[in-house]
Design a protein. Sequence first.
Length: 311
Amino acid sequence: MSRTAPNHRSVNRALSTLALLAFTAGAVTACSDHGSAAKHPTSQSAASSSSPETSQAGGAKLHMIDNDGHRLAFYVTRGNGSTIVLDSGGGEYSSQWKDIVPKLHAATGATVITYDRAGLGKSDVVPGPWKVESAVSDLKAGLEQLGVTKDVTLVSHSQAGEIANYFAKDNPEMLSGAVLVDANLPQFFTDEEIPRLVAATQPEVDAAKKDPDKPENRQLISTTEGFAAAHKAFHQVTWPDSVPATVIVSEKTPFEASPEDAQRWRDAAAQFAHGAPNRTLVTAEGTSHEVPTDRPDFVLKEIEDMCATQH
């Protein structure tokens, strides 16, 4: 049977899903201020954030967390009882959730936490390949240092789905539920799909290596190093039956111009959702892959519903 490879534009659109920064107009990239923010902090910027807690706009407070020799920025809007953690897609950082956080806090009364993964926002750059194990360690260290060890609803977009799956596997006792927003799921990364993704992104990787110090290029290169092996391992990860999950799929998927890959994306979400009776699959009508931006109201409702079922 003949196979249709994704065209160049759809591949670029898909890159953000895989944490490989897209370069075409209209695709999501790191915002213009990501570049300066992603660089390793100068002594002046580090000093300005050296206190464990500083006020931020909207009531959130910045906590600089130390883990494995680097510092990460966690933003906390304090509430009562449970905690909701919002984890951004590839190339994005905490600001992705700025419109959702105050509404979510007002609606649920919960503590709401966002954070910048290593190399993004106010968090330190960590040289070398991006490793999901390190990202999971960063998230867990941040939560533990903030005193959050249970009753967490984890909301994960795109690449953060990989972090969520490993985090849930290793720390199910910390989670009361999860909302996976058009997220990377193990079922998608088959032995047939991985080579397609690697081949499709190679032109962007080659171009990025010509200017490896540019923040977005650094992010792209770090994510593609060891991509195939890492995602073969990811394909084997199993979500714990004890943790309920809502799986949100965008209408267009990250592969809008490639029907074959788009269907595989939908099938993977359905397969994940059908893996246990406490998982729900919903489609965000009228959305691109950027569901939190396209339909923040939809995401907000699904988070509220998940929290309501746990209390």
